[in-house]
Design a protein around this ligand. Sequence first.
Ligand code: IFM
Length: 452
Amino acid sequence: MSNQPEFLWGAATSSHQIEGNNIYNDWWAWEQLGKVENKEVSGRSTDHWNLFKEDLNLAHELGLNAYRFSIEWSRIEPSEGNWDLRAMEWYRELVFECERLQLKPMVTLHHFTSPLWFTEKGGFLQSNSTEKFLKYVDKVVSVIGERVPLWCTFNEPMVLAVGQYLGSFMPPGEFQPEKVSQVSYQLLKSHVRTYDLIHRKVKNRKGPWAREPLQVGIANNMVDFFPSRRWHPIERILSLFCHRFFNLSWLEAITGQKQNFGVPWLIPSVPQVNEALGRLTCDYLGINYYTKGYLNWRPARDFEADFPVQVKFSKTTEEKSDLDWAIHPTGIGKMIRQAKSYGLPIYITENGIADRMDRQRGKYLVQHLIEIAREMEQGAPVQGYFYWSLLDNFEWIKGYGPRFGLIEVDYSTLNRIVRPSARMFSELVSMHRAYFKRPHLPILKGFLSQNL
Ligand code: IFM
């Protein structure tokens, strides 16, 4: 038997998107202002808070061996310095349930939402935001730290900074490019100190994964960027800039290099977090990959009212998801090759498709697994794959329209219905777990040609 931990076949979720009634965070407040499409609000969502056992059982029945979920800071600390012991107990129970069902947990500490008391004072723009965040992390680690082998400090920190202060699709929804770098500085500092805290504090590991390495990292959203018009010199340059800014800057920052956004005319250079320089502050790289991005250059007179650069996620002729995101499996291969150059273990922390009718999901999944298997044959150290998402959920500014789930949720009855693509994924997973231990290229290719 090798000592290499088994390849992870998992699914991912996040607290605000499924738990329901996360009334103390910034998103909840923003939703009440009518900011979400069709003025939807997250409300009770899938009511995972009450139905988590059923949901984890379904993941187990599908044959998965891992589950990525996030902890809701605003539940643990609904007002500053007040700790909700019952909420902490709930998360502890969730971890125990994972253990019982042999779902290795990857715990995300921050997945887009922050407590309202924190954001009302400026969120991650505050100079002492790291200290505040660390108090929360410390509590979580003291409750479940011994039992959790895999940690993700921040989900998509670049999407968070851009969503808040550039693209205006996350609260507070401002266009203030200089704040992208201010927030990123605090996020990186918080990441680094969280990384150190977990490694310092977790000494006595317990539970089924106690002997496996403790791994802390981030989930970095990566997009395969292209010029909208192949011949267009500005769009070509823009796509290179976006790659550096969006895909690489965080990977570099957590592997000891300077954080370099490389777009100084738009976003002022980030002050460096000295304690991150010259050393690793992650044990793995997490890739969230969905699609490609086309850069379109459309100069306008009023820069602020009409930003001259647009990103689109597909062309009209391309096969795409319900969100109009092109289905582009080779992109995941490119991102893995990029991540491989840092010499660290890689997890695909998210990959999935919004497909209400479940017509494309099965194929999408297998096509992406094929690319992953191909890269692994070339030596890429991919250690796990988490499909986004286990359940249909609240897709932020898009509300409840997009359906990403392996499991469909009927929001009026809260019934869970396992989609056909989930059964297919389950078949693939059980075949692999029984015979191959990791994504196997010939099997996946055969599966694609015979079934999809
Ligand atoms: O739903 C989101 C998730 O919260 C973060 N990554 C992308 C997903 C799909 O948009």
